[in-house]
Structure formats: structure tokens, C-alpha cells
Write a protein that binds this ligand. Sequence first.
Ligand code: ARG
Length: 461
Amino acid sequence: MPKKQWGGRFRKEQDRLALLYTESVSFDWRLYPYDIAGSVAYAQMLAHCGIVKKTESGKIISALLEIDKEIVEGRFTFELELEDIHTNIEAALVKKIGADVAGKLHTGRSRNDQVALDMRMYIRDQTFSIIALIDEFQKALVKLAEDNSEVIMPGFTHMQHAQPVLFAHHMLAYYEMLTRDRNRFADCYHTTNVMPLGSAALAGTSFSINRAMVAKELDFDSVSRNSMDAVADRDFLIVFLSACAILMTHISRLSEELIIWSSPEFRFIEIDDAFATGSSIMPQKKNPDVAELARGKAARVNGNLMILLGLMKGLPLTYNRDMQEDKPCVFDSADVVMNTLRVFAPMMTSLTVYGDRMEEMCRSGFLNATDLADYLVKKGMSFREAHGVVGKIVTHCLENILALEDLPLETLRNFSPLFDQDVSGALDLNNVVNSRRVVGGTARANVLREIRRAKRELGIQ
Ligand code: ARG
């Protein structure tokens, strides 16, 4: 006799290869805390509504809690033959209290609404943890910005020297990206926080269950409004995976910068020994592997989003077994995001910032050329004309291997009579930075204000 819960209508045992192909407990065992909490709330409600006896639900609940304890303590054996986490727990329940009582837990419920519930509870937990880890990472970025608030570095466009910026301004750019990431996970939490149980297989149930009671017990904001949508919907996972992909894309860009900046050609920063690795052949090597792997893992997390979009796009309503494939990619992205945030926070706070080197590099590449043009504009020239004049001055400097600030006033006057004594102030690196006082600009006063705002937002000081 087949021993599956659904074995009733079958005359043969499942083929071994088919069983191994279809099982999911090897990965969905991770859902056990949610599966058990969901079943406990459901059993309580069944008793409250008079669908099972109070004594029966009492037995079911204490056996479920025992199973939970056994899993936590590593005393529980998950069996592939039992297919998934839901059936593994149900089988254990039958073993403990007998089929007559255990069998009543599934009244009015299906694995389709059960797995939707479990995944929603899992995602709520993950978003909560990820938001806390984003906070820690943001604190690390703000600390790095604050500890190096004097440092001026070349800002780049097209990987070419563009204009000088504060290193702190650059770090706070990532703070902003992470704030948006945080908000995306908070939105994901709200999209997810809808209780699907009671949708049963797809059409709802004829038992007079109390869905609101289950929702309240499990801290859900609301119950789903359409049973077919509730069992077929994986939007909340797509939202989660896209929030993960965007976050990892941000961290990958930061990684790319850390890798470039720690090269000997740049020598802007040094990654602490504790977060670097060596080479098996070249004794002198110190490699930024954590950053490289974050850049690599970002590709995986982006891919996971594509997997789920591809998985869902062709599925007719409602549940299809294809949907079981949502789990590996969701678990993987959640793990990668959390591990990345965990290692990046301490890696960022332990960075050595070579401020002198950054400032030295600001001396080449005409980072103050825009300011020279702006100077002429302030003296009455149109910006387009000033752009042309300064372009010619730059060519002159390139031919003579000079910086703009090396040119004597008389030389500048050959290009435009508008140049005067005060031009040297306009070219000074500190003035160039500090003159950008527009909201969002890199002026030191602005950046210090942004650091204070960030600290307030993060609840520090
Ligand atoms: N293991 C399944 C999944 O992850 C659970 C739902 C199974 N439902 C079903 N009717 N086979 O999707």
C-alpha cells in the first residue's frame, strides 16, 4: 500500500526516480518554523469554530510543538519519500497522536494555501532581518564617511577625472541607494503580509472557518480576497527577488570601486588583511576577493529574479507544481544578500583610506576646469563661450605639461581679459569642493549636514 498522504487512489508505489525528481524536502525543510506556527494557529481556530474538539486541537498543538523541538535539536529525520516539509510534519504528527486526530488538521486546508502561507511567513522574516542588516551596513558607511570627512578625491565620469568630490560624499551616495533598498524591502513586507490560508486547493472551503482569527494569530495585516489568486500568486517573491537583485547590483558597483581603488595604480584605499586573501603562487599578493565575490554573487541573485519571472510567466491559474521551483532561487538570494551585508559592514569600517593619495590625484586631470569656466560666467561670459575658452587653456596646459593653477595671470589674460587676481581662489581644490553648496552638492557643509541627517535616520547619537 502506498504510504503517501495522497496514496489513496494509487495502486502502485511511486517510481524511485520520479520520487527523487519531485521531492522538495531536501530544500523546503527550512520552512518548518512557519509550517508549524501556521498549523498551530490553524488548529486553534478549528477548535474555536467547533470543527475539531478542543481536546483534539490540544493534542495536535502539543505534538506540533514537540516536532518543532525535535527539528531544532536535530533529532528529526526528514524523509525524501514523504515529499515535502508539509507532508513530513504531517506524517510525524500521525506517528505521535494517531491518524484519527492528526488527520483532522488538514480539514479545509490544502498544501497549496499552506505553502503560500509558509513562504509569506518566511519572506516576512527575511525582509525583517535584511532591513536590520542594511541598517548596520549604512552605519558602517556613515562612520567611514565621518572618519574621513576631510578627504577630497577625484570624482569620475567615463572613468576619467571629472570634478573633485569629498570621499564622504561618494560614500553617502551608497547610503542613499541603500535607503531605497531598505524601502523596497519594507514595501515587500507589506505586499507579503496577506494571509492566504482558507483558500484551500483553489476555490476556498465549505467549512465555516475563521480566517481573520488565523491572520490575527499569525500577525498578518489582512486576509487574501480571492482564493485563486492566493494560491497562484508569487508576486511577493518576485518583489523580494527584485529587491535583492537591486541591492546586490548596488553592492556590486561598490565592489567594483573597492577593487579598482585598491589596485597599485590607484592606491586610494587598502582593504584590511582580515577581509583579503593571498595567492597560492605569488607571495606578494593581497587580493580583494570578498568584493570580487560580491560582484560575482550579484550575477547569481540577478539570475534568480529571471528564474522566477520565467517560472511564472506561462502558468495558467492556479497552482502548478512548477511553482515548487520558486524555493531554491528565493532561499539562495536571501542567503546571499544577508551574508553579503554581514561581511561588508565590518569590511567597510576597517578600510584604510589614503586621503593624501586621493588629493594628490586631484592635482592631475584638470578637475577644476569647470570652475574656471564658471569663473568667466560669473564675470559675464556665456557658459558656452567660457567652455570654449577653458578648452583652449587646457590644450595649452597639456602642451606645456602644466596644471591650470600653474598658469600666471598674464597667460590667462591672453585667453580672456576677464581673468583677474581672484582667479587663483576659484581654482583652489577646497574652494572648488566647498562652492558646490546646492542641495545635494559636495560642499563640506552639506556633506556634514547629510552625515548628521543619516545618523539621525539610523538612530545614532
Ligand atoms: N512542495 C510543494 C511546493 O513547494 C507544496 C505544494 C504542493 N501542492 C500540490 N498540490 N502538489 O509547491
